[in-house]
Ligand binder design. Structure first.
Ligand code: F3S
Length: 404
């Protein structure tokens, strides 16, 4: 028997169905979840980010669930953004998806839209249309976004599933437990690396440490050679290989900066990761890139700044004959890239730029061959979710292998 969660009068009305069937369903789900996890009450949220959009991963069950939630004109109560789907709806590109897939995918997106969810179809809401401030409670799904919001921004969210994030969006609140409480956000493990760490090395570190510590909150101690906005790559790898909802980077991420040593009292284990380990991991996942036929970048989606860096490297070069180079971003950053000429440079180099979807949740081109990505999260999921043979390597190695 679980303890009974305290509900406000208004929340009780939602639970009793006075605000409609969809709201009642959302409320029931949150109450069950909260009582199971010992949450004393719900906490109001300022935004939601919802995953579970691709027909590839959600299937018919997702459509059925969304139809039930949306019955009677249910609307979300807070700003809510949406993760990538299985197609590029903007450019009308469906890769190897058949007509049935396209139809069902469109219905999923329309159902979300009907409920008032912004169809951003992006996994980097924190870089444009949904940026939470420090300390606010939110209900986000999509693990890379959760880790970024908790760690870099200092907002508070559990690693929600697609349906619990949607339910919270409808109710405007989430069960108060887990990462919403400061005591669960304190680091238990310290991980040190000597010297400067590059973006690629930070991802490798995320993967190595994630495998080792699972869901524990880590206090990293290293000097990044890149701006903190790029820590999303490390967070994506950390949570793919482990299960963490957040990390700290000493003196850089928000809670470490604001609270200093006061949050470090519960560290129980100290790990030193040697550069040799990072090199060995890189060798293991990269191998001979000459064998590759499709190069994929943009997991998490690339921002306009990241596209600019790619454009600077590929300017005047072309993708080699027989190879393809796919880049994934969202519509917001695509427009920015178009405005300042970055998109033209990429296209002139025969790089294919897509929005709304990604290399993991789309059906991908049918072409046989080995995929190479600069993302360890994509490397982790490509064989599992897309049955593709994959390698991973730093962005610059990918560019030099893919372009003439
Ligand atoms: Fe985003 Fe797809 Fe990667 S949703 S984090 S690009 S797996």
């Amino acid at each position: 028997i679980y303890p009974i969660m305290h509900l406000t009068r208004y929340e009780e009305k939602m639970l009793d169905g006075e605000m409609g069937e969809g709201v009642q369903l959302a409320m029931k789900l949150l109450v069950n979840l909260g009582e199971m996890l010992d949450a004393p009450h719900l906490i109001p949220i300022s935004s939601a980010h919802i995953s579970g959009v691709s027909y590839k991963t959600g299937g018919k069950g997702l459509i059925e669930t969304l139809r039930r939630f949306s019955r009677g004109g249910t609307r979300v109560a807070v700003k809510s953004t949406l993760n990538p789907c299985g197609l590029d709806l903007f450019h009308r590109v469906s890769f190897s998806a058949d007509k049935e897939f396209v139809k069902r995918q469109m219905e999923i997106v329309e159902l979300y839209e009907k409920m008032g969810v912004r169809t951003t179809l992006s996994c980097i809401p924190y870089k444009d249309e949904n940026v939470p401030s420090f300390g606010v409670h939110i209900s986000w799904a999509e693990s890379n976004a959760v880790v970024y919001a908790n760690s870099v921004l200092g907002a508070r969210t559990n690693k929600e599933g697609s349906i619990s994030a949607l339910a919270s969006a409808i109710v405007g609140a989430t069960p108060y437990y887990g990462m919403h409480l400061l005591k669960n956000r304190l680091p238990k493990v310290e991980v040190r690396v000597d010297g400067e760490v590059s973006i690629w090395e930070s991802q490798v570190l995320g993967a190595v440490v994630g495998e080792r510590v699972g869901s524990a909150v880590v206090m990293f101690d290293f000097k990044p050679s890149f701006p903190k906005e790029r820590l999303n790559r490390m967070g994506a790898a950390l949570t793919a290989y482990g299960d963490a909802a957040m990390f700290h980077l000493r003196g850089i991420t928000e809670e470490s900066r604001r609270y200093g040593k006061r949050i470090e009292k519960e560290i129980e284990e100290r790990i030193e990761v040697e550069r040799r380990e990072l090199r060995e991991f890189t060798e293991k996942v990269s191998g001979d890139l000459e064998e590759a036929s499709i190069f994929v970048v943009g997991c998490p989606h690339l921002s306009v700044d990241e596209m600019k860096e790619v454009a600077e490297e590929v300017k005047g070069k072309r993708v080699r004959r027989g190879k393809r180079f796919l880049l994934f971003t969202n519509r917001y950053h695509l427009k920015e890239a178009e405005k300042n000429g970055i998109l033209k440079v990429l296209k002139d180099s025969s790089i294919e730029v897509y929005t709304d979807t990604c290399m993991v949740v789309s059906t991908l081109p049918d072409d046989a061959g080995i995929y190479v990505t600069d993302s360890l999260k994509a490397y982790f999921y490509l064989p599992k979710l897309s049955k593709k043979e994959a390698k991973a390597a730093p962005l610059m190695s990918i560019i030099s292998s893919a372009l003439e």
